[in-house]
Ligand binder design. Sequence first.
Ligand SMILES: CC(C)(COP(=O)(O)OP(=O)(O)OC[C@H]1O[C@@H](n2cnc3c(N)ncnc32)[C@H](O)[C@@H]1OP(=O)(O)O)[C@@H](O)C(=O)NCCC(=O)NCCS
Length: 202
Amino acid sequence: MSERADALGRLRIRPYDPRRAADRAAVLDICLKTGDAGADATGTYADPRELTERYAAPYLDLEPGLAFVAEGPEGGDVVGYVLGAADTRDFAARFAARESSLSRAARAEHAAGMLLPEIAAFPAHLHVDLLPAAQGRGGGRMLVETLLDALRAAGVPGVHLSVDPRNTGALAFYPRLGFAEPRPTVFTRALSTTAHPTDPAA
Ligand SMILES: CC(C)(COP(=O)(O)OP(=O)(O)OC[C@H]1O[C@@H](n2cnc3c(N)ncnc32)[C@H](O)[C@@H]1OP(=O)(O)O)[C@@H](O)C(=O)NCCC(=O)NCCS
């Protein structure tokens, strides 16, 4: 199920639409506004693409089918997103090859950093971010669960991610969604691809 809404209709999840320039602009903006361990990174980088070309734009370009956005109630503005890569090893290779404002060496270094040991059993990874005004309303949970459904449908056996140790909110969030923390700040979740998607154990 790629569309979700909370009971009060305050947030609606839908697939990212590559044809809408506003979708892309919003994702890049939210990446920057949450890019300092969950806090606003505006002003931290002389060129914000240092952040967005690592953590947002490549996912929109290379894995658009695993990108979902949260719309708020007023005018349907995009207030959050989840971005995924189904096969991190393959994604890292494509990330390194993708031309961007980052140097070839910077892309190679970032790509190498994706190759955590967890990718063997949990090959997918994700990034989820909401603007501060949209946090704490269940949007993060809806976004992640939407992505997990898409990964299950694609037959992906598991997903992992790492969290900045300063990001106390995210460190509290992932365990609430059934993620394990096999080593500090790295989270994993197995995905049963045979169980029904609504099975909470899946
Ligand atoms: C972290 C983030 C994605 C969580 O999304 P959210 O919409 O705020 O969280 P939800 O409302 O869906 O909460 C889901 C569960 O996590 C818990 N949770 C979320 N944020 C929490 C926090 N800061 N402290 C404690 N628990 C938290 C909620 O209580 C809830 O638990 P429950 O469902 O068992 O009652 C969001 O706050 C965010 O975008 N933060 C800034 C960017 C960021 O840090 N991204 C993650 C980078 S790894």
